[in-house]
Design a protein around this ligand. Structure first.
Ligand code: SF4
Ligand code: SF4
Length: 356
């Protein structure tokens, strides 16, 4: 069956006020938060951006979503989970501080930010998954125990998954650090020594200090590597290789984790994608991150698979090419959506309803 995806176009020169008016209309007409009931504690799962990143969805837009939840009598909380790598989002204290620096303050959003501390056992839950390769997903409990859940995701490129949208935001983004490691664990790169010029860029960028130089050649400690692929992105001679067959495994596991989030939230879950500021890499990327496509708009749906597929199609239509494949030739991001449809998360077949 075709799922409905609501879409409101946004142009790069639209004002904040104008975009927020469009967003209100989208929330109203799409019904993606209609399930929020009085006194519901509603998680708004988003990404606050790594230090130096500007691709994340700005707090002023998230305020519109949180205000709409409050209008229904619910209580909104903005949230994201901690990362695997040693950036500014590794632990709850630093992550919260960075979110604050990026403008996610109560006076701007009207809402508290919650960063679950997954070093405490009580904040993590193991959710059984039927039908996939993973038997149990390790998620931050707050993403399962809240009364309602809205994922507000930035649609952009991604070095390991081709593109990242709602499935990335919930599958990887709701996982505890243990869960994130389980999704990345097949992915240590290998170094082709004859191509390595010993520039040390991989050593500098590695977030877990898994790389060092020996005799002016890069060496990776596989016991420390978390498979983030940052070293691939900076290597000037393409001396680093990842088995992208293993890259597909990340997509598979991410989809299985998304299924756990969906099952945990039953019918009280909705999805919004911002297909604007479409960068080559994800919002975890703190370095140079050029846009690869013009702004397209904001989309909303109750079907996460249709939502990501519609976002993918609209961005590629605006670029007149598969810009994600062009940016990350080794990855086929559509595999995540095909697998998600197979597992019953949603449909690749959608009806696009454009609002003006
Ligand atoms: S970035 Fe590439 S060329 Fe430079 S040291 Fe690392 S593997 Fe070698
Ligand atoms: S993939 Fe590269 S940058 Fe990432 S943890 Fe492993 S060695 Fe470090």
């Amino acid at each position: 069956m075709r799922s409905k995806v609501y879409f409101i176009p946004v142009a790069g020169n639209d004002t904040l006020k104008f975009i927020n008016e469009k967003l209100k209309k989208l929330l109203d007409k799409s019904g993606v938060i209609d399930f929020v009931a009085k006194k519901d504690r509603c998680i708004v799962k988003t990404h606050f951006g790594e230090a130096g990143n500007t691709g994340f969805i700005i707090p002023e837009h998230l305020r519109v979503v949180c205000d709409a939840i409050r209008l229904k009598g619910g209580e909104a909380f903005l949230s994201d989970a901690n990362t695997l790598y040693r950036g500014r989002r590794l632990n709850s204290k630093d992550h919260l501080k960075l979110a604050y620096e990026h403008g996610f303050r109560k006076e701007i959003t009207g809402t508290e930010v919650i960063i679950p501390d997954d070093t405490k056992k009580e904040n993590v839950i193991a959710v059984k998954i039927e039908g996939g390769s993973i038997k149990e997903a390790k998620l931050c409990r707050i993403y399962i125990d809240s009364d309602a859940f809205i994922a507000v995701s930035h649609f952009k490129g991604h070095i390991l998954t081709g593109f990242g949208g709602v499935l990335k935001n919930i599958g990887m983004g709701c996982a505890s650090r243990e869960g994130k490691l389980a999704q990345h664990c097949d992915l240590a790169p290998v170094v082709h020594l004859q191509q390595c010029i010993g520039c040390g860029k991989c050593v500098e960028i590695c977030p877990v200090k898994a790389v060092h130089l020996k005799n002016k050649k890069s060496v990776i400690d596989k016991t420390k590597c978390i498979g983030c692929a940052n070293c691939l992105a900076v290597c000037p001679t393409m001396a680093m290789f990842i088995d992208f067959g293993a890259g597909y495994k990340v997509q598979e596991k991410m989809v299985e984790y998304s299924l756990a989030v969906l099952q945990g939230n039953k019918d009280k879950i909705g999805f919004i994608n911002f297909a604007v500021k479409i960068n080559k890499e994800c919002d975890c990327w703190g370095g140079e991150n050029p846009p690869i496509a013009p702004d397209v708009g904001i989309l909303a749906s109750l079907d996460p698979v249709s939502l990501d597929k519609a976002s993918f199609d609209l961005v590629n239509k605006a670029c007149a090419t598969d810009i994600f494949k062009k940016s990350h030739p080794d990855q086929d991001g559509l595999k995540q959506l095909k697998y998600a449809e197979e597992l019953g998360l949603g449909s690749l077949d959608y009806e696009l309803i454009e609002l003006r």
